[in-house]
Design a binder for this molecule. Structure first.
Ligand code: PEP
Ligand code: MN
Length: 300
């Protein structure tokens, strides 16, 4: 700080109109609000009666997409039976092909709310467009930024203005620094409830969909105070690999898992190959329990 004295003074002046960072601009890291220098205690995020980041391992599971009322109700009931507290399901879908199922949009948000009202399960969904953030925040408990939008800065700014937790997925070719800087945008714009999600990155390897970067879990937990979860499904690309990757994630210290599971994966309109059958999810949860316990943690 001494060597960079003038520089940090200049930066401090520049930022004096932003009270949320006034005291942190001297942190010599590109990210400030996300850093442990800014906040030593771990951030614990409340979603209903679930705490993410308190040492427990939180299971978030559900279908890739909201497909119909019948499908989402079946999914919610299947998850309730397994005692899963938060259901994932996307109403807005980022698809590689414009010919593929694009999601139900606002109708999907309404179905998520209905499933929540009927079963009591908390709901989580992706937002892709700045224009959908406010309405999604009305209908669901947790909003998600998908890998393809990690650096959609206008979207990140908008998510900074809401009072719902945000799951921020790592872009498929984003460095750790770029990932944390994306989280920094949401924090900077006023939302402190950001959950980082490692979902696999693009590498030379083609044997699975993406390369799950387990090292990312450890380093993100070292560098930031934010909860870190893992999505093994989009890394795996097939259901067989989801259980081992989930166990590795928990062993590496992940605060939770985001897993695709469908009441009838054969009929799934997106990501069928990687979606777990109800029995597979049940078995995985039973296998995860002793791993969590060995680490002094609880699967919730
Ligand atoms: C998803 O969670 O369904 C999804 C589209 O994932 P990602 O953004 O990680 O590709
Ligand atoms: Mn998916």
């Amino acid at each position: 700080i001494h060597v960079l004295g003038n520089v940090t003074d200049e930066i401090a002046n520049h930022f004096s109109s932003f009270p949320q960072v006034e005291n942190v601009v001297r942190i010599l890291k590109p990210f400030k609000l996300a850093s442990k220098e800014h906040k030593a205690q771990k951030t614990v995020i409340k979603v209903g009666d679930v705490s993410i980041g308190n040492g427990d391992v939180v299971m978030i599971a559900g279908p890739c997409s909201v497909e119909s009322e019948e499908q989402i109700m079946e999914a919610a009931n299947m998850l309730k039976k397994l005692n899963v507290k938060i259901m994932r399901a996307s109403a807005f879908k980022p698809r590689t092909s414009p010919y593929d199922f694009q999601g139900l949009g606002i109708k999907g948000l309404k179905l998520l709310k209905k499933a929540r009202e009927k079963t009591g399960i908390l709901v989580e969904t992706e937002v892709m467009d700045v224009r959908d953030v406010a309405i999604a925040a009305e209908y669901v408990d947790v909003l998600r930024v998908g890998a393809r939008n990690m650096q959609n800065y206008d979207l990140l700014k908008e998510l900074g203005k809401i009072n719902k937790p945000v799951i921020l997925k790592r872009g498929m070719s984003a460095t750790i620094n770029e990932f944390i800087m994306a989280a920094e945008y949401i924090l900077f714009h006023g939302n402190t409830d950001v959950i980082l999600c490692e979902r696999g990155i693009r590498t030379f390897e083609t044997a699975y969909r993406n390369t799950l970067d387990i090292g990312a879990v450890a380093i993100l937990k070292n560098l930031t105070h934010l909860p870190v979860i893992v999505d093994p499904s989009h890394a795996a690309g097939n259901m067989e690999l989801v259980p081992p990757l989930s166990k590795a994630a928990v062993a590496a210290g992940a605060d939770g898992l985001l897993i695709e599971a469908h009441p009838d994966p054969k009929k799934a309109l997106s990501d069928a190959a990687q979606s777990l059958y109800p029995e597979q999810l049940a078995k995985l949860m039973e296998e995860l329990r002793p791993i969590c316990e060995a680490m002094g943690r609880k699967l919730t």
